[in-house]
Design a binder for this molecule. Structure first.
Ligand SMILES: Cc1ncc(COP(=O)(O)O)c(C=O)c1O
Length: 499
């Protein structure tokens, strides 16, 4: 552990990691015993002067107009993110939902210092052509050990968008291979595809849902339907979309209405499949367990089971996009485990909290009939697969998914109590029994943004999504004590805004 503390000897992290004993005790009690017990604020505003200056300099060479504040990752620890001015904020946004185990997690730092990691970093392989001697073992002990129930194969990719796009390509090649049967590619296919035309270029489509988000590369962007600004000016495939249920809250007061809404959406979907498209034209349907960027829109297991039934009935592949919901935050390792599907999805994509990206599948036919059809230079990254392995092992060793489910229940109750005092300002609290994957709505985008800013000024880094939604995306080492800090600061912020 001394070696680890040498990494950042003068920082809080270095001091925290210097004591092996303290870390060992952390896994059964507080995970990061040396993180601050509450936000530590140095400047009146965040960003402060140092952050503003650094950002100005960076802006001359890099488009940083989306920057919230410049971060000091050396001095961030556990659930607390440090900015360039030394402010320490409780982080419930976590790099857009992608920090699983807290900043400077000792287990990940150990992995980062290992020979395997050094080797993976300095000799990045073109994995499909020259796979490393240990890639199979790394996958089996990490990404594949974490595979969703019933799935046993993976294709590794480079980002969430890339994970989805490679899944879409697998879907098209699978469906066209089924159409073609045992016949090889025709000469017409081979020539027309070079003109970007059918029959070589498939005319099949991927269906996605209104307000869904699946990424910003060309193919994934065509399935993204959350905000126009992400799509403007970019050529798009003419692919269909279906409505996603709009549930009313609290759920127990609108059981019948919500059920009818889900039936309505399933009926429209079946209409699109059967009346608006020729048979077998829809290669796959992609769906998020909770539409995250679109505003944390939930549906019930009834809807997702209905979707699975329709995809089976019409021989359409079902892709579940778990880029944001995967890796424990909903109180299950994979959010779709909440649904108890009669049959697993055909593909499940992942990225974010796993750091590595890709998609899981089971059917060997989802691997195209020839090499190089699903291919790029790197086809993933062993260094990220090693980090994913450490994340998986740390989650398993410390029961972090179960703990997240418990902390989520505690947090949900605390928030219900705080928000009950502001029924006209805060609406649609959602994510009960979904771990810490909790969200609520404000009454306008302006009020939502004011709340986000008020929280930041009081020491909580928190994110929005959709038009009026606040979403929580804390780490899996977020405990009841952090939930208390969050609830208190939210309450103070609401008091200030609506006194
Ligand atoms: C559900 C979902 N899918 C795909 C993506 C795209 O991932 P990336 O930004 O890594 O390409 C995101 C990103 O927010 C996402 O939330």
């Amino acid at each position: 552990m001394l070696r680890v503390s040498r990494l950042y000897p003068k920082s809080r992290v270095g001091r925290a990691l210097a004591t092996t004993k303290r870390y060992q005790s952390s896994v059964c009690g507080a995970y990061f015993p040396d993180e601050p017990s509450r936000p530590e604020l140095i400047t009146e505003r965040i960003p402060g002067p140092s952050g503003i200056k650094l950002n100005e300099d960076l802006g001359k060479v890099f488009d940083n107009r989306a920057s919230n504040f410049v971060t000091d990752y050396f001095n961030s620890i556990g659930n607390y993110i440090s900015d360039a001015d030394g402010n320490k904020l409780l982080d419930v946004y976590c790099q857009i939902s992608s920090i699983a185990l807290g900043y400077n997690n000792p287990a990940l730092i150990e992995m980062a210092k290992s020979d395997s990691m050094i080797n993976a970093l300095v000799n990045r392989p073109a994995l499909a052509c020259f796979p490393s001697i240990d890639y199979g073992k790394i996958l089996n002990e990490g990404i594949l050990a974490a595979a969703p129930p019933g799935m046993d194969k993976v294709w590794t990719a480079l980002s969430g968008s890339c994970a989805n796009e490679t899944a879409y390509k697998a879907a098209f090649m699978y469906q066209e291979a089924k159409r073609r049967g045992s016949i090889d590619f025709t000469s017409e296919e081979l020539t027309s595809v070079m003109e970007n035309k059918a029959p070589g270029a498939s005319e099949k489509v991927i269906l996605s849902f209104d307000k869904g988000f699946h990424g910003r590369l060309f193919g994934s962007l065509s399935t993204t339907r959350s905000k126009a600004i992400h799509k403007l000016d970019i050529p798009a495939f003419p692919w269909p979309k279906a409505p996603f249920p709009q549930l009313k809250y609290p759920l127990d007061e609108f059981v019948n209405e919500n059920h009818s809404e889900e039936e309505r959406c399933l009926a429209i979907l079946e209409d699109i499949i059967t009346k608006k498209h020729p048979p077998h034209n829809i290669a796959a349907i992609v769906v998020e367990p909770v539409q995250s960027e679109g505003g944390d829109v939930h549906a019930t297991p009834f809807f997702f089971q209905g979707l699975r039934d329709l995809t089976k009935k019409h021989e359409i592949l079902m892709i579940v996009d778990e880029v944001q919901t995967g890796i424990g935050a909903t109180g299950k390792f994979w959010a779709h485990e909440h649904w108890n599907l009669s049959e697993p999805p055909d593909m499940v994509s992942f990225s974010k909290k796993f750091q590595a990206a890709g998609f899981y599948f089971t059917d060997p036919e989802l691997q195209p009939n020839k090499p190089f059809r699903q291919f790029n230079t790197w086809c993933g990254d062993p260094s990220k697969a090693l980090i994913a392995k450490s994340i998986y092992q740390e989650i398993s060793k410390n029961n972090l998914v179960q703990k997240t489910a418990q902390v989520g229940d505690y947090l949900y109750k605390s928030l219900s109590s705080v928000f009950s005092k502001y029924p006209d300002r805060i609406k649609n609290l959602r994510g009960e029994n979904m771990g810490t994957f909790i969200a609520w709505d404000c009454v306008s985008p302006e009020e939502r943004n004011k709340l986000l800013l008020a929280c930041r000024t009081k020491g909580v880094n928190i994110g929005g999504c959709g038009e009026v939604t606040v979403r929580l995306r804390p780490t899996l080492v977020f405990e009841n004590k952090h939930a208390d800090v969050l609830a208190n600061i939210l309450e103070d912020s609401l008091k200030d805004l609506y006194k």
